[in-house]
Design a protein around this ligand. Structure first.
Ligand SMILES: [Zn+2]
Length: 321
């Protein structure tokens, strides 16, 4: 685990250095184009340093004057950049995370992006980021769903449109009052796609999400109880299963569920519900099929805490590929 943290810290350093180098290159390009700019930037930085030193020494006499000079220089700089059709943004480092500027630390704690990065590795969701680039609300295509409605029923497209709208609203208003979601429907009718859309949107907002395939989750919980894994699996990150903002469990019911696993899962879900932490579950099984498995013991007790959505239609993955 220590290794995982060190490895992630190194990656962050790399990301940060890269962003800063890029910025430096861009800055020099612009400096070449706008001759005066370099000296203006230097003056601003010198004055800033000077004011800091004075303030540190308890000398506030020139504060106003220095700030006025800085202000004046900044105005000049903005005007110059504008004249040459540039902006300062072009030569500021483009960090991945605006909360911690890719340091991984914010407010004396690990930043949510750092935790997310550890979680990705630990919970084998390494490809999450790349999936999320492709599968998000903007790329969602309702046309993939048939608009043929069975007699007296809804067409898959109409059904999906409603789910889509609800899920967009869900991510826009995600917070304490959000519901837990329960997605049912057969394979390939868009459940995982919809989950990815939600995750993509919430990740951008800095929500701490752990996304796990049900069988991996149960495996992780099981291993975390075994001493031989204690050096690999850090307790604080198992604890994150309880405390992350949103826990997504995909493909519930495919794992080989034992009584023990079901109890563990129930404890986890129950704990999260009691502490008002959100959960999204998807399953290919119908409620009746879950009923036949051990799961009914869980869900008869907590189903009332979930908003169910039933996905209908044929396998759309054939159309995508
Ligand atoms: Zn961050």
């Amino acid at each position: 685990m220590k290794y995982l943290i060190e490895q992630t810290a190194k990656e962050f350093e790399k990301k940060r250095t890269y962003a800063e180098k890029e910025a430096e290159i861009n800055k020099n390009k612009i400096y070449k184009e706008i001759k005066e700019l370099k000296s203006i930037d230097k003056k601003i930085s010198d004055l800033g340093m000077q004011s800091l030193q004075l303030l540190h020494a308890g000398d506030f006499s020139n504060k106003k004057e220095i700030f006025a000079q800085i202000e004046e220089l900044k105005e000049k700089k903005t005007a110059l950049l504008k004249e040459y059709k540039h902006s300062e943004k072009e030569y500021l480092p483009k960090y991945h995370c605006s909360i911690c500027n890719d340091t991984g630390i914010a407010g004396g704690q690990y930043c949510v992006c750092f935790k997310q990065s550890i979680a990705s590795k630990l919970y084998s969701q390494t490809c999450l980021e790349s999936i999320l680039e492709k599968e998000n609300f903007e790329n969602f295509n309702l046309e993939l769903f048939s608009n043929k409605a069975p007699k007296g029923g809804k067409s898959p497209r109409a059904n999906m449109k409603k789910i889509y709208q609800d899920c967009v609203m869900y991510t826009n208003n995600f917070g304490e009052n959000s519901a837990n979601l329960f997605f049912t429907g057969s394979t390939g009718v868009g459940k995982t796609f919809m989950i990815n859309c939600i995750a993509a949107d919430l990740l951008k907002k800095g929500i701490y999400i752990i996304y796990m395939i049900s069988s991996d989750l149960i495996d992780l919980i099981r291993k975390s109880r075994l001493s031989e894994y204690s050096s690999v699996i850090d307790a604080s990150f198992v604890e994150a299963l309880n405390s992350c903002d949103l826990l997504i469990i995909d493909d519930l019911g495919t794992e080989n569920a034992t009584d023990y696993a079901v109890d563990e899962l129930f404890n986890l879900l129950n704990k999260r519900i009691l502490s008002n932490k959100k959960i999204i579950i998807s399953t290919n099984l119908t409620l009746n099929e879950l009923d036949d498995m051990y799961y009914i013991r869980i869900f008869s007790r907590i189903m009332g805490c979930f908003t169910p959505y039933n996905f209908i239609g044929n396998d759309i993955r054939i159309k995508i590929n």
